[in-house]
Design a protein around this ligand. Structure first.
Ligand code: GDP
Ligand code: MG
Length: 510
């Protein structure tokens, strides 16, 4: 019997359960029902739920089916074209976005029962207890905890939360965390995302030298290697193939009298399509924003290329101090550096010309000193503790991309982007400060079906290899166990679609 009576003035959530599998005993299923009901109640009572749904004498309803693995796989294939078992699927009935109705409720949306109670159905949810069980085991927590998570996730989907746009994604994740905290108040959440744009109340004291140093130069000269060396941490990804740094990545170095923020840029390129146009743009923006420019060249070549001249032309417009960084000197004899210095000093009045090896670290102390000396006095832009403004989440996607680049070749990698759909942290029950595990659900988006086939490899061998190596490097970053779930998707011509670029996190004005 379903109870549609409204108790108090809160929103009432009726959950109808359908058990379509036999593997789990009645007691277990009953426990899961309680967990799901609680999860649904928590979401339904959240302040973001449209007040139009809180109509007197009506209640909300959801149907949750516990299904077996095969059923889930079939449904996933039917509706999403993905021939795999998934943990949860939700099918919303109302047109909503972030908890708000996109159009007013119509007569068809409310089912009036004999006793005068109206039922507004939000939709259906399918949960695979098998998949939930595997995930719970992987994560070392209870099946209840996992099912609660899936139910909250599904409930948010039903009322229009989504993670297609990255802004919405952030919102969904944070609401999800909030809801889980209500269900499991003893679990502390650590916010891994170091958000520096906001109103952090970090010390804003002035220092003698403070500012931004943009590292620019042709692809492959060693910009990312330099940034990584300076930060002593693998922030930007490194590869032998050009164009691996897609966004401007920053590292902050603090000294007692200085704070310098190094910005790694994608390199000045000839715009061909939307993506390289954007990357070229973001280099120019980094130059505009910088206090000092580190112009990096490959010390193995003494003659400036067209691209080098173009870069000089761009930064000369801004009249900022520029240091010429002659990299890869570990590969050349000392005598070959002098001619480079004389050629380049003809091209621009560089404030310093410093031979370095970004790889070995030679010359970097001097480079850091010179950079700092050129910075004006000013506030500390970043709190002392921060080393990067890239969240673990975005570094994760770069680390996955790094492995795709490593294992595949030719045209595949550069038509590929990685979108982290979910990044969840699991904390130890005994010590809530200790992060036990991170689980990452990511999509690899490529341009062509043939690319997808390459990335998947024969019998999925390639994706397995990519996954294993990526997981290891993510573990290196997070310092805890990582569960990584990768999906490969095809989006034709995504490089030219600005909406796709937005979706994949390559946003302008960041
Ligand atoms: P970016 O495109 O400018 O960011 O270049 P990366 O930092 O990704 O480096 C491109 C390649 O050059 C990688 O294979 C690096 O290992 C290599 N590299 C970078 N710096 C040095 C260096 O100082 N010496 C040598 N020998 N190789 C370097
Ligand atoms: Mg790079």
């Amino acid at each position: 019997m379903r109870d549609f009576s409204t108790k108090g003035c809160g929103i009432r959530m009726i959950v109808l359960f359908v058990n379509k599998q036999r593997k789990y005993d009645v007691q277990c299923v009953e426990r899961m029902k309680i967990v799901c009901q609680k999860a649904m109640d928590v979401v339904a009572s959240a302040s973001f739920v449209d007040s139009a749904l809180k109509v007197k004498s009506t209640c909300l309803s959801v149907t949750i089916s516990f299904v077996g693995a095969e059923h889930m796989k079939k449904t996933n294939y039917e509706y999403r074209d993905i021939n795999e078992i998934t943990d949860v699927l939700s099918f919303p009935l109302l047109d909503m976005q972030n908890g708000k109705l996109l159009k007013p409720l119509g007569a068809q949306d409310i089912l009036w029962h004999k006793d005068g109670i109206g039922e507004i159905s939000l939709g259906d949810v399918l949960i695979s207890l098998d998949k939930a069980k595997t995930q719970a085991d992987d994560l070392g927590h209870s099946l209840e905890r996992e099912v609660a998570f899936l139910a909250v996730h599904a409930a948010l989907h039903l009322i229009g939360f989504d993670h297609i746009q990255s802004e919405d994604d952030k919102r969904m994740i944070s609401e999800q965390k909030r809801m889980m905290k209500k269900l499991y108040p003893s679990e502390t959440e650590k916010n891994a995302i170091i958000d520096l744009s906001g109103t952090d109340d970090h010390e804003t004291s002035s220092v003698k030298h403070s500012g931004f140093a943009a590292i620019i130069g042709k692809p492959n000269v060693g910009k990312s290697t330099l940034l990584n060396q300076l930060a002593g941490y693998k922030l930007s990804i490194i590869s032998g193939k050009p164009q691996t740094t897609r966004n401007n990545i920053r590292a902050v170095i603090n000294r007692f009298d200085a704070q310098v923020i190094f910005v790694d840029t994608p390199g000045i390129l000839k715009p061909k399509d939307g993506l390289s146009r954007f990357m070229a743009d973001s280099s120019v923006r980094a130059v505009q924003f910088a206090d000092v420019i580190l112009f990096m060249i490959d010390g193995r070549f003494s003659t400036p290329s067209e691209a080098d001249r173009k870069a000089i032309e761009i930064f000369s417009r801004y009249g900022k101090p520029v240091i010429l960084v002659i990299n890869k000197v570990d590969c050349v004899v000392k005598e070959s550096i002098l001619p480079i210095i004389s050629v380049y000093s003809e091209l621009y009045p560089f404030r310093a010309m410093i031979p370095v090896s970004a790889k070995s670290g030679d010359g970097l102390e001097l480079l850091l000193d010179e950079t700092i000396s050129l910075l004006p006095s000013g506030p500390k832009y970043y709190p002392d503790i921060d080393f990067t403004d890239q969240s673990e989440r975005s570094i994760t996607s770069e680390l996955i991309r790094e492995q795709i680049l490593h294992f595949t070749n030719q045209e595949v990698p550069h038509g590929t982007a990685v979108l982290v759909d979910r990044f969840e942290e699991i904390f130890s029950e005994s010590n809530p400060e200790e992060r036990e595990m991170v689980r990452v659900f990511a999509s690899i988006v490529c341009e062509k079906k043939t690319h997808k086939a390459i990335i998947l490899g024969k019998e999925g061998q390639m994706i397995k290899r990519i996954g294993t190596s990526a997981r290891r490097s993510i573990e290196g970053m997070t310092g805890c166990k990582v569960f990584l779930d990768l999906h490969v998707k095809v989006r034709n011509d995504w490089k030219n679609l600005s909406s796709h670029l937005n979706e994949l996190g390559y946003r302008k004005g960041d």
